[in-house]
Design a protein around this ligand. Sequence first.
Ligand code: NDP
Length: 273
Amino acid sequence: MERYAVFGNPIAHSKSPTIHARFAAQTGQSLSYEAILAPLDGFAAAVAEFRAAGGRGANVTVPFKEEAFRLCQRLTSRAERAGAVNTLVFGDDILGDNTDGAGLLRDITINLGQSLAGRRLLLLGAGGAARGALAPLLAARPGRFVMVNIFPEIAAKLAAGVADLGEVATGDFADLAGQEFDVIINATSASLSGETLPLPPGIFAPGSLAYDMMYGQGETLFMAQARRMGAALRADGLGMLVEQAAEAFALWRDVRPETAPVLADLRDQLTAK
Ligand code: NDP
C-alpha cells in the first residue's frame, strides 16, 4: 500500500486523512494517508524519515509551508510564486507544489458558481494564504483587484511579485473608504483572535460574495460581519480545503476525485458537532 501523510504542528485537528481516505475509496486507489506531528525544529527530519520508509508524497500545513518550499529540489511555477509548498511528491527528488490558490479558485468558480472575470475583487490580508492565492486569482481576470493589509508594505511587496501577471492595487484598511467590491476574500487570521475587520460601510456591492478562507462550525466571524454589512452570499473555506486536497490527490495519483460528496459529508460532520 502506498503511503501518504500530512505534516503539521498541531495536526490532530486535520481533516486531510478523512478527505484523502474518501478520495481513495471513491477512485479505487490503494493507499494509506496519516497525520504526522512534526516537532517544530524537526520538520525536515520527519519528512526524510517518512520518505525513507517508503512515503510517496505528503501535504504540509501550518507552520511548515515555507520550510517545505526550501526543502524541495524542484518546484511547480505556482509553488515558486507562492513561496510556500503544501504538497510534496517523492520520486528521485522532491517536487513541491502549492494547491491552495487553485483550490480557492475552484471553490469560488465551480462550487459556488461565481465568476471573477471583470468583477471588483478585494483580498484582505497578505500572509501565506493570500500570497498563494494571488496568481490563481489574477488568472481569473478580475476587472479590478485590490489587496489590503495592516502593514500595506507587505501587500505591496507581494503585488510586485506578480506584476508580470496583472495589476494588484494595495493599501491598508483605511484606504477602503468609499469603495465597493463584488467579491471580498478574507485571508487574514483576525477571526482566530476574535477580531472584527475594520471594513467601511457600503463595501459590499449588491449581489456580492464574502468568502472566508477560515472555516468552522456555523458562520465564521467574517461571514457574520459580511451578512450584517449586506453581502448577498457568504461562504467559508471548507470547500477550499477539499479542493486543494483534490488537486494534490490528482498530482499524486493521476486521477481527479469528485469533491462534492466529500464536501457535503464534511459539512454535515461540522454542523452535527
Ligand atoms: P498568516 O499568519 O500567514 O497571515 C495572516 C494574515 O492576517 C496577515 O496578513 C496578517 O497581517 C493578517 N491579520 C492577522 N490579524 C489581523 C487582524 N486582527 N486584522 C487584520 N489583519 C490581521 O496566515 P495564513 O495566510 O496561513 O492563513 C490565513 C487564514 O486562511 C487563516 O484563517 C487560515 O486558517 C486560512 N487558511 C485556510 C485554508 C483552507 O484550505 N481553507 C488554507 C490556508 C489558510 P500582518 O501582516 O499585519 O501580520
